[in-house]
Ligand binder design. Structure first.
Ligand SMILES: Nc1ncnc2c1ncn2[C@@H]1O[C@H](COP(=O)(O)OP(=O)(O)OP(=O)(O)O)[C@@H](O)[C@H]1O
Length: 229
């Protein structure tokens, strides 16, 4: 489990996260939702140790982030992560050399799943295909937790559907996933847990199934209540 407790972060004098607390379990998809600039990416970066924070605790399977926890967790950003001059084949070779836990068989399977070819060059990929390659790179490392920043943002409906299919396939296995989004429509059915953020604070944390069965509300219903209040 990933536990974020009372995370507070400032950029200069500006407070961008204020006592943010939530948990994300293994085997579940947790979604950080909020409009642009509420602090979703900053939260993911703090979990990964990519940005310092003022106060708070972040635990991964009950332990603070250390060199060994990096074997447990990976971050999939929303921009190209590989140099544009590389082909997908070069990128695979790079990842294989860099990560002991690179799973070549899974990478090949994902490449076929997304109907991409090894000879494609990163520079030539569309935004949707960049998103697929990023997802592929993250999923092909054998880690327990995946953090994904806006995996569905700005890409066409068919690519979204393909990416969504990965979330319901064996390719995710029993890993814990945290994704950020400001558009919930297409992915509501995939999500186990929701964290609603606003102005750097958690407004509400809930399980989607519980919300549906006990209160008859969808994520969008709850968002309307919370954000319009
Ligand atoms: N390096 C930085 N220096 C100063 N301020 C920053 C920096 N990075 C982010 N911020 C500010 O911190 C706040 C939170 O940014 P963050 O990127 O976490 O938001 P977000 O919810 O991920 O937004 P988006 O949906 O647009 O990606 C924003 O107001 C942003 O302007």
């Amino acid at each position: 489990m990933i536990e974020v407790k009372n995370l507070t972060k400032k950029y200069g004098r500006r407070r961008v996260l204020e006592n943010v607390s939530f948990t994300a379990e293994k085997g579940q998809i947790t979604c950080l939702i909020g409009i642009n600039g509420v602090g979703k990416t900053t939260t993911l970066k703090a979990i990964m140790g990519l940005t310092p924070y003022k106060s708070g605790t972040i635990l991964i399977d009950d332990e603070p982030l250390t060199k060994t926890s990096y074997e447990k967790i990976t971050f999939i950003p929303d921009a190209a992560i590989m140099p544009p001059s590389m082909t997908i084949r070069d990128a695979f070779e790079f990842m294989k050399d860099f990560y002991g836990s690179w799973n070549s068989a899974r990478a090949e399977e994902l490449l076929a799943f997304f109907k991409l070819k090894e000879e494609f060059r990163i520079a030539e990929l569309s935004k949707g295909n960049i998103a697929k390659i990023n997802l592929l790179m993250g999923l092909a490392i054998d880690v327990d937790y995946l953090l994904m920043d806006e995996p569905f943002s700005g890409i066409d409906i068919f690519s979204r559907e393909q990416i969504a299919d990965v979330f319901t396939s064996h390719l995710i296995e029993d890993r814990g996933v945290i994704i950020t989004t400001h558009e919930i429509n297409d992915i509501e059915h995939l999500i186990d847990k929701v964290i609603l953020l606003d102005n750097g604070s958690v407004l509400k944390e809930f399980y989607t199934e519980e919300m549906r069965s006990e209160h008859g509300k969808s994520v969008i219903d709850v968002m309307r209540e919370v954000y319009r209040a």
